[in-house]
Write a protein that binds this ligand. Sequence first.
Ligand code: PLP
Length: 374
Amino acid sequence: MFEEGLRLKAIHGEYNVYDYTLGNPYVDPPEAFFQALEQVVGDRKRLAHAYMQNSGLPATRERIAAELARETGRPYTVNHVVMTVGAAGAMNVALKSLLEPGDEVLVIAPYFPEYAFYIQNHGGVKVTTQAGDDFLPRLDDLDRCIGPRTRALIVNSPCNPSGRVFPAEVLAGIAELLRRKNVEFGRTIYLLSDEPYRRLVFDGMRSTSPSLYYEHTLIGTSHSKDLSLAGERIGFLAISPDAEDAGELFAAATFCNRILGYVNAPALMQRVLQVVSSFDPPVAVYQAKRDRLFQGLTDIGYDVHRPEGTFFMFPKSPLQDDRAFVDVLRRHRVLVTPGAGFEFPGYFRLSFAVDDVIIENSLPAFAEALRETK
Ligand SMILES: Cc1ncc(COP(=O)(O)O)c(C=O)c1O
């Protein structure tokens, strides 16, 4: 799609191709980031650019642990936080730490497709449970999918691609189910909470972390989206202080960070994070884009769930075959990702981290494409 976008833009011009496929932030980082960066770059502290503890700089981890402790009321310390190369690094480190070959990892479709590869990277077996039409996990299906080899469940709220924020009662239900299964199978299932969109939530809502409900939780996250630092690759893995074997898991994650080849997260960005303690994520910018696109698509007649967070929207495909509809849209120069790619056919994903003019100009094309399906 990326290449197709470039090809079409070369022919038709940048604003005449409506590319909704990219998950890159739309806004630049906030001023607080640039000020912190200047400060850190100007600081000629000895060996500031050298290797460090594989878990990351203690001062950075301390700041993050204090923030997590404040938010959750749980006793997070430096020994629960490992700085990682983005959320993707955190997820890979967590899975490498947790999995024995053949262990099963549950994902909830629709899900971020890279999970399948992360699980495969570490000898795991992906097991898919399907969410309902509301994109929320169905506890009966989860229950059916958990077995004696289940080692972890990946939860992603706010969710890419659906934009759903899982309500507290859903998280509490998952926690209760996992505890019951731990007893039934005599081993611990860990919850891997992938939270890079945690702070991109609309309408004054807050996203609740599963770590508040389930003790054996590992949070993987990054500043790729809330600080728009996707290219700088800075994130962390936080192991709940209440998790079984939390100390051993921290040691494993520290070791795995090294042996997976990351060694440690970029030093410069870790030092920047010590300085940027508070900032406003670009919620208003994305919310305005969500509102315009949602209104435009529903006015035309698309069936869309209004996303509560992220910068993704996941409308229903007017054709049962979502790939066929993606081709119809492409003929109208609208580029989107088919739901089948998220193991959730019958839908398609839009990233609304795009210029307002793209949203405005694309609406007639969306209307034409819908008409063609009638
Ligand atoms: C749900 C989800 N998890 C993880 C990632 C990876 O994040 P990062 O770039 O911080 O590694 C992304 C990136 O788009 C994502 O959408």
